[in-house]
Design a protein around this ligand. Structure first.
Ligand code: 13P
Ligand code: SF4
Length: 312
């Protein structure tokens, strides 16, 4: 603990000295969330990355998030604590395979979930996040043909909610699809008074039975504002840190993972690669730095900027 306190003091000192800002996703370790300048969902984090006056962004999340920050703020240095912090959704869509897939549907518009590489964003017309996917799809003419990538669960959810027929890329989040149907059913039977709230990266059967579906920020707001005191939370367990802090009197139960998971609840192994020590090193050495080739960046920028414009 003494070591952690030293690290936190050093991180705060370096942050001032270098005019750096720490952005963190709700899924990273609580100790990192506690020293971040801004914590949020993917949309909020992108908006912050685009607007920050800092010279350096230290992005505690996963690689595609740092990359999106660099796409939006090319003149700032963007570093992430661990270059290996990837994402199964981003990995599911290699650019060459996706380009070939897209070529089969020349009259389709491409909407990509922000959980993808800058190369995929460069092949995309409009990026979306879990908090604006419905709004973005609904903003398009009813007869617009759409490819939705890379998350098939979010895509199915959006198709269901909007009544559209979307062409889906078959990607998934390893964390959200690993929530155990059987254990969840048992938990619901034991807690009949709990509301089930879920992230749209969950499988269809969970989303169909959920009382509320939203992004991480949406789920956090829901437990804060909805007049109910018991929730089963079907998303990565990191979100419980802020939830517990803001509504300590409410009972929050993380949805159970299958036995494949190292944790009884759902943990993202990539998000958990972020540690205070790696954060300190990233600030000190200003690496690993995110670099995006300018031709890719410009094309990716167009699709991310369209999303930000539509989300105002
Ligand atoms: P949001 O925070 O935008 O809901 O995204 C969740 C997620 O899985 C990020 O990797
Ligand atoms: Fe990717 Fe899922 Fe981890 Fe989010 S929780 S970073 S979608 S693997």
């Amino acid at each position: 603990v003494a070591d952690d306190l030293d690290l936190i003091a050093e991180i705060n000192r370096l942050k001032k000295e270098k005019n750096a800002v720490i952005l963190a996703h709700y899924y990273v370790d609580g100790a990192i969330q506690d020293i971040a300048d801004y914590i949020g969902d993917s949309l909020g984090l992108s908006q912050q990355a685009a607007a920050t006056p800092a010279d350096m962004i230290v992005f505690c999340g996963v690689h595609f998030m740092g990359e999106t920050a660099k796409v939006l703020s090319p003149n700032k240095k963007v570093v992430i604590p661990d270059l290996n912090a990837g994402c199964s959704l981003a990995d599911s869509a290699p650019a060459d395979k996706f380009a070939a897939f897209k070529a089969q549907y020349p009259d389709h518009l491409v909407i990509s979930y922000i959980n993808c590489s800058a190369e995929i964003k460069a092949l995309t017309d409009i990026v979306c996040t879990s908090s604006n996917a419905l709004q973005i799809v609904n903003s398009l003419p009813k007869d617009q043909k759409i490819i939705f990538a890379p998350d098939a669960n979010l895509g199915r959810y959006v198709a269901h909610k909007t009544g559209r027929d979307l062409v889906l890329w078959d990607g998934a989040c390893i964390v959200h699809i690993d929530i155990s149907r059987e254990k969840l059913q048992k938990l619901r039977e034991e807690n009949p008074d709990a509301l089930l709230i879920a992230h749209p990266e969950c499988k269809e059967d969970i989303l169909l039975q959920a009382d509320f579906v939203s992004s991480t920020t949406g789920l956090l707001k829901f437990v804060q504002e909805y007049p109910h005191d018991k929730f089963i939370v079907a998303t990565e367990a990191g979100i419980l840190h802020k939830m517990k802090e803001s509504v300590p009197h409410k009972k929050l139960i993380p949805a159970p993972a299958t036995d494949n998971n190292t944790c009884a609840c759902s943990e993202c192994p990539y998000m958990k690669m972020n540690t205070l020590e790696k954060l300190y090193n990233a600030l000190l050495y200003e690496q690993p730095e995110i670099i995006v080739p300018e031709n890719t960046r410009l094309k990716a920028y167009a699709s991310v900027a369209r999303m930000l414009e539509l989300s105002k």
